[in-house]
Structures are given as structure tokens and as C-alpha cells.
Design a protein around this ligand. Structure first.
Ligand SMILES: Nc1ncnc2c1ncn2[C@@H]1O[C@H](COP(=O)(O)OP(=O)(O)OP(=O)(O)O)[C@@H](O)[C@H]1O
Ligand SMILES: [Mg+2]
Length: 506
């Protein structure tokens, strides 16, 4: 599989000395990247290191300010993504950008609808359907081409996007954090597709913050830091710790901060929570003041549904929530916020970000009451809070007035997390809080979660990364098939124990 000899003829893509500036930011500074035929090349670096920008320069989304790009030895410079696709370069973007009201097949063929015949101006619906069907079944993706995108979960939309990239018969395919919204089975599925592409001789560029994935799938690893090329190594010869050190620029001895918070009295009580339309069934648990309660389980086990139901954004059939001895009915988000609850949703890119607003506005929007003085909003207080958020999470941005959409993916996530931390809720519900966030910044976020607990807040946190749950939480409840399968002490529990519980009703 990893047969590599360093003949020049094996080089598919070479990017030399690439520069790119944005107002106030040198995003790329003389970056170098060489991708060989039939290999998977991982591109790694902290949030804001320049990974997506480098790929967008290749793909013609951004015009580079300097440097050269060679595709199979020939210098190229694509002016837009259409040109890139026509020349064998495809990309699955970090932010999905699909026409949600259109069907799968329309999305698949957008901009290149197959004609009935070369000389006729009509597109052929039947041809579109047949080709899409054929492609999806070749890739074993079980989706009807006529389904409207909006009706599918994000993970399936992501698989369609992947199929689309593959459909161009490209030589180079870029995957920019493809797995951040995929389920575990879909990740395996994607890896089979990638292996197939590698065997065909494609060059794959793979961006991810999930270390385990990188070492499993890639042949070579390039690390970037602050817009610069730091190192390129064979995946066989590099360890996870070494990659982290190269990314962060210093030794990172602990992945998790010390726990020092004290756990107080019983505070939140959830009894017999049952959803109207989902599988969530008869879930009961309690949580104490200052406790960090983890929620583990496989995909579809009801983890997200549990949080959404507590927060009142999915319909409840029965059940009772009590906070500090008083019933919290939480019938909708507004009521829940008033009752002291906050929810960081899993689908942040779709539901959490106000792209055209700046960082200050995106940070303050959910805690406006705190900034009110009489009839006015105190800009000064908003600035102070935003400053805190930027520093606490090391958000990489020129200033507070920067539009959120011009931040890197991971930094956008941090802004949204800061927004919810600032509401100072009594109960903070976090769904996959560190998804898309680099290893170094994860540590800071764990520390912020622990600080909240130390202030006596209750944190309930869903994560599909078991080491993270064991490292940060005090206690973990395990969901399975919409029910609570059990509860473990995070200090003594093992991954095996949690897995066994997770399979109980699955
Ligand atoms: N359209 C833009 N306008 C202004 N600045 C931008 C724009 N796109 C990216 N940047 C800046 O360029 C730098 C690199 O961002 P990039 O998105 O390439 O990071 P990344 O390595 O992909 O990070 P992540 O892991 O968070 O996705 C960041 O400082 C970012 O704020
Ligand atoms: Mg990115």
C-alpha cells in the first residue's frame, strides 16, 4: 500500500513558496507541499495555521500572492474552482456549502448538468438520476438521488459531498476535516473510499485534528505553524507526541488539566425524560453543583437528543426537570435560558454562527442582558467580555471587529463556545465542545470547563472521544438505544466498561 520511491515522476503536486495575505494577517508565508501519486498526505497544524487557506489557493478560491504550483510537472494557477475541477483537482470543504432545497443529484451536477445530447441545450433528468445512482452505489452510499438535501442529516450530506468530489475523476482530492460531522461507521466508510482512491493512484490531501485518524490513514505528514511549513515526515517514522510538539511549538506534557474543583450538593434532577418523536426513553439522572457529568454512547444512542430535550428544543412527551428544588419546565430555548441553562449545539456551523456579524457581536448576542445599562447596551462591557473570550481561548484574529466568517474553522468554534460560557449558566450543556479544535486549544477549553465547575456550575458534556470524557469528567452516564444504560465513576472506569454499557440496548 505505501510503496513509495522518491522518483520525481511520482510527484503529482508541488506547491512552492506559497504566500497569502489577508488584511492584518499573513496567512501563508513561503509554504511548501509535495504530494506523491498513490499516497495520503496529512496536513496538520493548530487552528488558524493556514491549512484551509493553502488548499483554497490550490483550488482557485483564493488567488495566491506569491509562489508556484505544479501539477504533474506543469505549472498551473486556477482562477476558480471550476478550472481546478476541470484539471483534476477536487476539494471537500470544511464548511459544507450545498443547495439545501435542491436534491442530491442536482447538488451532484450543479454547474455541469449532463446534456441530453452534446448539441441540445436541455439537461437530462434521467441521465442525471442514472449517473448519480451509479456513482452512489459504486461507493456504497445508501441515498436516493431524488432526496432533498435539507431532509438529510449533516453526516449524509457530507457523504454526498465526498461522492461529488470523487465523481470528477480527479488526480488530487483534498479533504478538509471531512470527519468532523461523520458517524463512526461513516468514518470507516470514508477510509475505504480513500484507500480505493489511493490504489487508483490519486494523491489525497487530508486535514484533520483527530490524531488517531492521521496516523491510521496517512503516508506522509506535513505540519504547518503560523502560516509556515514546519516539517514533512513519513507517517511511519513520526509519533503522535512529535506531531503535537511540531504543531504547538512546545512540549505538551499533559493532555488534560489537573482537577481541583469540589463537588457540592445535588442540584439538577432529571426524571423519566421521554421524547415525543425520537428514541429518547425514560432517562433519569442527577447532577451536583460543580460536577462535570459526561454523556457517552455510540452514534444514534440519544446523546444529543438528551441535551436537546433538556433544553426544550425537541418535543418532550413526559418527564420532569428540577433545578435547585424548583421545576424547570424548559419548553423552549428562551425559557431554558431564563431558567439558567445553556446549550452549545453539535451543528454549530449550521445553527450557531452569524457569518456577517463580527466577533464582538457573535460573542455578546446571547448575554445582551448583562450589557444593558438603562436603555443602552454598554459597548465597553461587551468589549471586555469579548477580550476575555479571545484571550481565554487564544482565538486567532486581528481584532474584535473581524467578521466571524473570515476566521479559521476552529477559531469560529471557539467564538461560539465563548458566547455560551459568558452567559454564565447554572447548567451548561455541551455537545462535542472540542470538535474541530486543535490539541493545544483543547487543553485551554478543558481548563475553562473545570473553572466553571469550580465556580459551582454544573456541566453536562457529550463527547465521542472517550479519553476526553475520562480525562475531564467526574462521572459519566452511558446512553444506548435512547435509554440510559448505566453510570460510571470517571476516576475508576475503563473504556471497555463504557463500551460494554454502550452496546447494552444498541
Ligand atoms: N477570508 C479571509 N479573510 C481574512 N482572513 C482570513 C480569511 N480566511 C482565513 N483567514 C485567516 O488566515 C489564517 C489561516 O486560516 P485557515 O482557515 O487557513 O486556518 P486553518 O489552518 O484551516 O485552521 P482550522 O484548523 O481552524 O480550520 C487565520 O488567521 C484566518 O483568520
Ligand atoms: Mg481550516
Amino acid at each position: 500500500m505505501n510503496k513509495k520511491n522518491n522518483k520525481n515522476s511520482d510527484i503529482l503536486l508541488r506547491m512552492e513558496n506559497i504566500d497569502k495575505n489577508f488584511p492584518g494577517v499573513k496567512a501563508l508565508d513561503g509554504v511548501l507541499l509535495t504530494v506523491r501519486k498513490g499516497t495520503v498526505h496529512a496536513l496538520m497544524g493548530e487552528n488558524g495555521a493556514g491549512k484551509s487557506t493553502l488548499m483554497k489557493c490550490l483550488f482557485g478560491v483564493y488567488a495566491k500572492d506569491g509562489g508556484k504550483i505544479f501539477l504533474e510537472g506543469r505549472e498551473v494557477s486556477f482562477r476558480n474552482s471550476k478550472e481546478a475541477l476541470e484539471n483534476g483537482v477536487a476539494m471537500v470543504h470544511q464548511e459544507l456549502n450545498q443547495a439545501l432545497k435542491r436534491s442530491v443529484m442536482e447538488n451532484m451536477w450543479l454547474g455541469r448538468f449532463p446534456k441530453v445530447a452534446r448539441f441540445l441545450p436541455f439537461t437530462s433528468e434521467k441521465k442525471m438520476y442514472d449517473e448519480t445512482k451509479k456513482l452512489l452505489s459504486e461507493l456504497h452510499i445508501n441515498v436516493d438521488p431524488r432526496t432533498v438535501m435539507a431532509k438529510m442529516p449533516v453526516s449524509q450530506r457530507q457523504m454526498v459531498e465526498i461522492a461529488k468530489a470523487v465523481s470528477y475523476d480527479s488526480k488530487i482530492i483534498v479533504f478538509d476535516e471531512p470527519t468532523s460531522s461523520l458517524t463512526e461507521t461513516e468514518v470507516e466508510h470514508l477510509f475505504r473510499i480513500i484507500n480505493m482512491l489511493r490504489d487508483r493512484g490519486c494523491g489525497i490531501i487530508y486535514i484533520s485534528h483527530k490524531m488517531e485518524e492521521i496516523l491510521r490513514i496517512s503516508d506522509e505528514v506535513t505540519v504547518m505553524r503560523d502560516g509556515k511549513h514546519i516539517a514533512t515526515k513519513s507517517a511511519k517514522e513520526i509519533t503522535m507526541d512529535e506531531i503535537i510538539r511540531l504543531m504547538v511549538g512546545r512540549e505538551l506534557t499533559n493532555r488534560y488539566p489537573e482537577k481541583a474543583h469540589e463537588i457540592g450538593e445535588e442540584w439538577l434532577k432529571v426524571e423519566g425524560l421521554t421524547a415525543e418523536y425520537t428514541r429518547l426513553n425514560d432517562v433519569s439522572f442527577t447532577a451536583r453543583k460543580g460536577e462535570i457529568l459526561g454523556v457517552a454512547g455510540l452514534d444514534g444512542s440519544g446523546r444529543t437528543e438528551l441535551l436537546e430535550n433538556i433544553f426544550g428544543i425537541s418535543a418532550r412527551r413526559s418527564g420532569k426537570i428540577t433545578l435547585d428544588g424548583k421545576e424547570a419546565r424548559n419548553r423552549n430555548a428562551r425559557e431554558s435560558i431564563r431558567n439558567g441553562f445553556a446549550l452549545l449545539t453539535e451543528e454549530r456551523r449550521a445553527t450557531g454562527i452569524f457569518g456577517i456579524l463580527d466577533i464582538l457581536e457573535n460573542t455578546s448576542i446571547s448575554s445582551l442582558d448583562r450589557y444593558r445599562t438603562g436603555l443602552f447596551l454598554s459597548k465597553k462591557k461587551m468589549r471586555e467580555s469579548t477580550k476575555w473570550s479571545i484571550e481565554a481561548m487564544r482565538i486567532k484574529t486581528p481584532n474584535q471587529e473581524t467578521k466571524i466568517r473570515s476566521l479559521s474553522g476552529g477559531n469560529q468554534q471557539k467564538v461560539i463556545l465563548g458566547r455560551w460560557l459568558l452567559t454564565e449558566p447554572e447548567v451548561l450543556l455541551l455537545d462535542e465542545p472540542t470538535r474541530g479544535i486543535d490539541v493545544g486549544a483543547k487543553y485551554e477549553i478543558y481548563q475553562l470547563i473545570l473553572d466553571l465547575a469550580a465556580k459551582g456550575k454544573t456541566v453536562i458534556m457529550v463527547s465521542s472521544e472517550m479519553p476526553e470524557l475520562l480525562g475531564v469528567c467526574d462521572r459519566i452516564i452511558v446512553m444506548s438505544g435512547g435509554r440510559k444504560a448505566g453510570e460510571v465513576d470517571a476516576k475508576t472506569a475503563t473504556q471497555e466498561e463504557i463500551m460494554t454499557l454502550a452496546a447494552k440496548y444498541a
